[in-house]
Design a protein around this ligand. Structure first.
Ligand code: WT7
Length: 668
């Protein structure tokens, strides 16, 4: 087993070095950014964070122990940390329940009738759930799940649109100790099937459909397609969201309407006392192989990390209205729509649909209507707003906003400045937060009110987090370009990859022994600020969504006309990166615009709309080394319109020049 890994590692090192070299231009441009934004005095005067927090963070175990104390524990931990690299156990032997931390402790006090969720559907319908409402719904759902025989430790897949039931379902699982695996509603039936089967889920919670740009996405139909190949699933619970428009056939015995199932159920329920290290959820994310990884997060550490970061990074106050625009299908939704804000008793805004439906001012109308005070979104969205023009936000009163955040990809300074001026009215600090599905919560970020910011830099590690820059040999660098690594365990870190601990160790801890390697290239400047450059592995970031090139390649070669495919990322104004696919066809198959569309649709069917290739180029050959490896680096040069790098190791150098000419003439 081990040996095959070693063989795979050698070229990776080589590849990393090359990737860094191609990032040089980016590094130089970033270096020229000079603008500094010290914390506004009025903000600093009332901020939750102070410089003392950085001092406290130096004693990192103690710091996290302090943060854990802010939660409700059913029994205390005996040790803060058990660290047998690369396996961590935080708050050993402590017992708690994540859902009761998000609900029960608030309804016992003055937050009982505070709005927990202010929800707006895409068609314009609204629901407000107070903490009391939410707690009762969660208990009902928890009891209904139990009545179906779902037990502590069982996995439950959640495939829902952005509706309150998604939060209710997650917290109901947490309450009974079942492990949720949320699958983004934009994923295809096949993606859902693979995730259900990998986790051996016993139940699926879905909806008849959801709204997206006025269209109905028939989720139950996708779920049915998936469930035909998921023998582990005994029950499917269906929320009625759209009604007639997405008629869903119900299978006797397996399928249950949510409203019928929950209606007669009692709201009495005791939360399970979960071990701090019991699994809270699995969330699948793309890696460098064709198979998505089930990232495992546990209860005590995850909740401690997200509760603390929400409090300090978003400077939460009792009266805040917090809007994180992410879908709960991604980790940002788990950590900063659900667990972090609700653990802090905050009011969260949730919106079901697209930012440009029915008009391009939808987000700003939401900010105005609900008086949003803290907003957290992605650079790709900000770039779209920029392109649509400032007239959309300027039609609305955005004066309630006091803090802005970004996440998901590097933010270009122009977008940062635009966000600051046109959304933040020049007065709101911006927190550019770097983290990953694997890290559970925010890792590198300014503390608003404390840290001076500079557009494009995520600034410094959150207290209690230790990041270091290394070169391709793992040697620590004080400054310059290199690879971002984390040197000490942190509470929200992933514990393993579901069902594949070997892959966990291999993927994150073997490239630089003793360090967690995040897959990102970064630059550390003179002041010790971090500038994240993006992925240096075969993972792309398309509109803030993580997509593995291998997944898209496997989807393409699954098509009967395709012999071979290579997928690379190229820069894209709005999406950050776009997908460029180079495809060779089987003998006798003819390239045509129709086939191109067919292939794009095929990828959508296999993975989901987020993976639809932007460009497809048919070619008789792909550039390969003499040992037969496709040279993606050269394909990337072609897709980016750059001069080609070193071609001397190619078996047939003519291939790549032909491709370059074709690419320059293409219409995607
Ligand atoms: C990858 C993780 C964590 C929530 C959303 C994405 C990139 C994330 C930033 C940032 C530059 C960023 C990295 C990272 N990324 N935040 N502030 N600046 N890059 O989670 O899908 O697990 O993707 O997103 O490349 O590795 P994810």
């Amino acid at each position: 087993m081990r040996r095959s890994y070693t063989i795979r590692l050698a070229p990776l090192g080589f590849w990393l070095t090359l990737t860094l070299a191609t990032m040089k231009d980016q590094i130089d441009t970033l270096l020229s950014e000079q603008r500094r934004f010290p914390p506004p005095r009025a903000f600093a005067a009332r901020a939750a964070a102070t410089t003392a927090l950085y001092d406290a963070g130096r004693d990192w175990k103690r710091f996290w122990e302090e943060q854990a104390r802010a939660l409700d524990w059913m029994s205390p931990w005996n040790r803060v940390l058990d660290w047998k690299p690369p396996h961590a156990r935080w708050f050993v032997d402590g017992k708690l329940n994540a859902a009761s931390n998000c609900l029960d402790r608030h309804i016992a006090g003055p937050r009982r009738n505070k709005a927990a969720i202010i929800w707006e559907g895409e068609p314009g319908d609204r629901r407000v759930l107070t903490y009391w409402d939410l707690a009762r719904e969660v208990r009902r759902c928890a009891n209904a799940l139990k009545a179906l025989g779902i037990r502590r430790g069982d996995r439950v897949a959640i495939y829902l649109p952005m509706i309150p039931e998604a939060v209710i379902a997650m917290l109901a699982c947490a309450r009974i100790g079942a492990v949720h695996s949320v699958v983004f509603g934009g994923f295809s039936a096949e993606s859902l099937r693979d995730r259900i089967n990998d986790a051996q889920a016993v139940a699926v919670i879905t909806a008849d459909g959801g709204y997206r740009r006025g269209q109905v996405l028939p989720l139950k139909r996708f779920a049915d397609e998936a469930l035909a190949h998921c023998p582990s699933v005994k029950h499917c619970i269906v929320v009625r969201r759209v009604g007639e428009e997405a008629f869903a056939a119900m299978e006797e015995g397996r399928d249950h309407w949510w409203h019928r199932l929950l209606q007669p159920v009692s709201t009495e329920s005791e939360p399970e006392a979960m071990d701090s290290e019991d699994m809270l959820f699995i969330l699948y994310t793309s890696g460098t192989t064709g198979k998505p990884k089930g990232i495992v997060h546990t209860t005590g550490g995850f909740l401690t990390h997200v509760a603390a970061t929400t409090r300090y990074v978003f400077d939460l106050r009792e009266e805040d209205v917090f809007w994180c625009t992410a879908d709960i299908g991604w980790v940002t939704g788990h950590s900063y729509v659900v667990y972090g804000p609700l653990a802090n008793g905050a009011t969260v805004v949730m919106y079901e649909g697209a930012p440009d439906w029915p008009e391009r001012d939808r987000f700003w109308s939401i900010v105005e209507t609900y008086g949003v005070t803290v907003m957290y979104t992605a650079p790709t969205a900000i770039r779209a707003f920029m392109k649509w023009g400032p007239e959309h936000p300027s039609r609305h009163d955005l004066s309630t906003l006091r803090l802005l955040g970004t996440v998901g990809e590097p933010i270009n300074p122009e977008a940062w400045i635009w966000y600051h001026e046109h959304i933040g009215g020049g007065r709101c600090p911006i927190v550019d937060t770097w983290w990953q599905t694997e890290t559970g919560g925010i890792m590198i970020t300014p503390l608003p009110g404390v840290t001076t910011t500079t557009p494009g830099s995520a600034t410094v590690p959150f207290p209690g987090i230790s990041a270091e820059l290394v070169d391709a040999n793992g040697k620590r660098l004080e400054k310059g370009g290199g690879f971002l690594t984390i040197t000490q365990p942190w509470p929200g870190m992933l514990r393993t990859i579901y069902g594949d601990d070997e892959r966990y160790q291999q993927t994150y801890w073997s490239r630089f022994p003793g360090r967690y390697f995040a897959g990102d290239g970064a630059k550390l400047d003179e002041a010790g600020y971090w500038w994240i450059l993006g992925r240096v592995d075969d993972v792309l970031n398309v509109a803030g969504h993580r997509i593995g090139t291998m997944e898209v390649e496997s989807a393409l070669v699954d098509h009967p006309a395709v012999a071979e495919a290579a997928v690379v990322g190229r820069s894209h104004d709005l999406k950050g990166q776009a997908l460029a696919a180079f495809v060779t066809l089987k003998d006798g198959k003819q390239a045509s615009p129709g086939l191109k569309d067919d292939l794009k649709d095929h990828v959508v069917k296999k993975i989901g709309a987020i993976a639809r290739p932007d460009d497809i180029l048919f070619s008789a050959d792909l550039p390969k080394t003499r040992s037969g490896k496709i040279m993606r680096r050269l394909l990337k040069d072609i897709a980016e319109g750059r001069t080609l790098g070193d071609t001397t190791t190619l078996a047939d150098p003519a291939v790549v020049n032909r491709l370059k000419e074709m690419y320059e003439e293409k219409e995607s």
